[in-house]
Design a protein around this ligand. Structure first.
Ligand code: NAD
Length: 336
């Protein structure tokens, strides 16, 4: 199989590419990535010389380039990870989220349709469902009710994927996963931000009261789920993916401090994010029953390994946190 993976230089995409090349050594993986601030080819160092791996620098919104790449590499399937992915950035500047997440997805779908690609998988998020009260879970039938420009752009893309299935009968799937964690996670997101700030003995900025709840899944478990959907997903189906692992933000932060043997006094509560969703929880029973997926990592094992990875890869995150990251950080949190 020849698979076009878009956004493969980011956190989840790079983990997915490593997973795929390990699991399917005779597949060809073509990674198309625009290398925005979040794209980092260092994430793929181990595979960059593999004859089964090719990199194309480019924007998923560039139809001509997308079509040329599909033709050149005789692509059979597309897995679209490419996105602007950070909620805080979408609050500051929503426009680029619409361009990449909505228009970019439509360009990929149109190229897949005209060039008769066998399978298209859209990597979406549980955030499209909005927020939950203290109980209950999102199922695939939960109505979409996105609350941030990021989740609204992802929900819009999902609607376009659905339309390509209903209108053209394309073989598409949508996956909606909960929060991922693991190696190569960009340190603007909760877990790597807290680990790296703690390692630097800097304040750990926690939004609001810290009682927001997220479901956390190891990125390798997500990669395994996407692989199953790519091969066995029923045409047109949506699959929720989650870890049965709900945690309050403050508890995660305290656990990280404990693992690093740093004091809780590093925690600094900061004004809450605008429109901050209170709780997400995922019912992943469809993918478990239909495709036989279940997570392998326990959170306790996964978070320990992740903390260890950041301790062992200081030069990786120090490079990521230099330069433009500093400007972003000051705008978001001041000088904490
Ligand atoms: P990321 O920000 O780490 O990576 C995104 C990648 O997309 C980067 O390499 C970036 O350079 C690339 N990109 C951005 N705009 C592009 C464009 N116009 N053309 C080509 N490439 C472009 O994001 P991530 O955390 O790895 O998330 C990947 C996907 O998974 C996203 O679609 C996101 O919505 C979804 N998702 C993420 C999570 C999570 O917890 N991180 C959870 C569920 C779903």
């Amino acid at each position: 199989m020849q698979v076009l993976v878009t956004g493969g230089a980011g956190f989840i995409g790079s983990n997915f590419i490593r997973f795929m090349l390990g699991k399917h050594p005779n597949y060809t993986i073509v990674n198309m990535d625009a290398l925005t601030y979040a794209g980092n080819l260092e994430n793929l160092k181990e595979v960059q010389h593999s004859p089964q791996y090719h990199f194309v620098k480019g924007d998923i919104g560039d139809r001509e380039l997308v079509e040329r790449t599909i033709r050149t590499h005789r692509i059979d399937a597309i897995v679209n990870f490419a996105a602007e992915s950070h909620v805080d950035r979408s609050i500051a500047d929503p426009g680029v989220f619409v361009r990449t997440n909505v228009l970019g997805t439509q360009v990929l779908l149109e190229a897949a349709r005209t060039l008769q690609i066998r399978k298209y998988v859209q990597i979406s998020t549980d955030e499209v469902y909005g927020t939950l009260g203290d109980t209950g879970c999102f199922t695939e039938a939960t109505p979409l009710a996105p609350n941030s420009p990021y989740s609204a752009s992802k929900a819009s893309a999902d609607m376009m994927v659905r339309a390509y299935f209903e209108t053209y009968g394309m073989n598409v799937n949508i996956t909606r996963c909960s929060n991922n964690y693991g190696p190569y996670h960009f340190p603007e997101k909760l877990i790597p931000l807290m680990i790296t700030n703690a390692l630097e003995d800097r304040a750990l900025p926690v939004y609001g009261d810290g009682l927001h709840v997220r479901d956390w899944l190891h990125v390798q478990d997500h990669a395994a789920a996407v692989d199953l959907v790519l091969h066995n997903g029923k045409a047109g189906a949506v699959y929720n993916i989650g870890g049965h692992n709900e945690r309050r933000n403050i508890d995660i932060v305290k656990l990280i401090l404990k693992l690093l043997m740093k004091p809780d006094t590093l925690i600094q509560f900061v004004p809450d994010r605008l429109g901050h969703d209170r709780r997400y929880a995922i019912d992943a029973s469809t993918i478990e029953a239909e495709l036989g997926w279940k997570p392998v990592y326990t959170f306790e094992q996964g978070i320990q390994e992740t903390v260890r990875w950041y301790v062992d890869h200081e030069s990786w995150w120090r490079r990521v946190k230099s330069g433009a990251y500093q400007t972003y950080y000051r705008r978001q949190y001041g000088h904490t």
